[in-house]
Each structure stands twice: as structure tokens, then as C-alpha cells.
Ligand binder design. Structure first.
Ligand code: CMP
Length: 131
């Protein structure tokens, strides 16, 4: 997912270009916006965290781009490409190092396991939207 502040700043094209040039294939792609309820559901795993309310506000605050990506070792390789949660800790050349504003507004989200990738993919896309 490309998050609201990165979409609003006009970084989407560059981020998608980096994703493709690093060997990922796009299986599904959508420009959309999460309601507060949907953002809360998407990040339900963080419900007990002190930043949950702020996270939901931010993620519902503007349009996002959702995608399903394919590659061998995709979860691990994508997390490497996006870099650490906090851009201050992210390696040079990573998406978050180049485009994230802060630990909260960190430009992109990547699934943390194959299982969660399936759940998160199904959250945004029907099977007929996946190719
Ligand atoms: P993401 O990889 O999408 O997973 C959970 C998100 O919560 C994370 O990126 C950040 O946007 C946000 N987040 C994580 N830690 C913090 C924090 N300490 N304060 C505010 N937001 C955070």
C-alpha cells in the first residue's frame, strides 16, 4: 500500500517504478480511500498500541494505492526494499529512506507474512481483480 501522505506528495509513480525495477510483478492495483472503519479493521492487529487512533486517522485521511505484488520471496524482499518502519533507521536507497516523512507517516506498507499478504490482498481485491 502506498500511504496517504506519499500519494498526496506525488510520490506514487516513483514508488511504483522502484517496485517494478526491483523485480516485482503487479497482480492487482487500485487507487482508493479507506473509511475510518476500514482503516481500523486493516490495522486491527495494532488495536492495543498507543498510536492506533493516530494510525487510523492518518490512514483514512486521504486516498491510498493498494497493490498485490508477486515475486519469489516477495514478503522478505519487499520489506528489504521498503526499509525500516522509521525512515531514520531505513537503509540508503530504500523507499522509506527516500519518501517517508516519519515513523508514523512512512510512505508504504508491506505485509509481514504470506498469510497476512493473502488476508490483506483479499481486503482490497476480489479474485476477478487479480491477474
Ligand atoms: P506499517 O508497516 O504500515 O505497520 C503499522 C504502522 O503503524 C506503521 O507502518 C506506521 O505507519 C505506524 N506506526 C508504527 N509505529 C508507530 C509509532 N511509534 N508511532 C506512530 N505510528 C507508528
Amino acid at each position: 500500500m502506498i500511504k496517504p501522505e506519499a500519494v498526496a506528495a506525488g510520490h506514487s509513480g516513483k514508488i511504483i517504478d522502484l517496485i517494478l525495477s526491483n523485480g516485482f510483478t503487479i497482480v492487482a492495483l487500485k487507487y482508493t480511500r479507506l473509511s475510518h472503519e476500514e482503516a481500523g479493521t486493516f490495522y486491527a492487529v495494532h488495536k492495543e498500541r498507543p498510536f492506533y487512533g493516530e494510525l487510523v486517522e492518518y490512514m483514512a485521511g486521504g486516498p491510498i494505492i493498494a497493490a498485490i505484488l508477486e515475486k519469489s520471496n516477495a514478503v522478505e524482499d519487499f520489506r528489504k526494499l521498503i526499509g525500516a518502519t522509521d525512515p531514520a533507521d531505513a537503509a540508503e536507497g530504500t523507499i522509506r529512506k527516500q519518501f517517508a516523512e516519519s515513523k508514523a507517516k512512512n510512505a508504504v506498507h508491506g505485509s509481514d507474512s504470506d498469510e497476512n499478504a493473502s488476508i490483506e490482498g483479499a481486503f482490497f481485491f476480489s479474485t476477478r481483480e487479480q491477474h
